[in-house]
Write a new protein. Sequence first.
Length: 162
Amino acid sequence: MARPDVPGEPVTEYEEVWRYLPPLRGPEGQACVSYVLESDDGVLGDGLHKLNKVFIARIGGQCLVFQQDVTHERRQISRGKWTVQITGGDVSARREEWVGGRWEARYVLGPRGDELPSMSGELGRLGHGARLCPGDRLSLGGCRFIVRAYESWRKNDRSSHL
């Protein structure tokens, strides 16, 4: 691959480079709250199921919300064998950042972008001290979510629930 950082941009083998990016500071100040939530589909039986799939990810002073209407069709194809066909619709997304003492929408995309959970609302109350653990279930705006990851720490005091 081309190396634009070297004069003449020579082509070299692929090299993966990682670096530490500190999270943007959020309303917790020196503390940092991070979590991933997934909408809870419940137990799906046979047949056609229309779902509103939502993922929420927050790291410090940034939050991303993704939404897609999906259809799951679960059918038994033979004794003991099942198939699930998943079809997705339009995707909506919202990105917010903690700026100047408040949450600010940076990008709102898609047909339902304005309807997505916002850090300025109920979602913003999931801060330091929420003590969530993976597998926990909670309700936000009438929707059920499963906690997939949660971590909260203060400078020099780190507690993780990953």
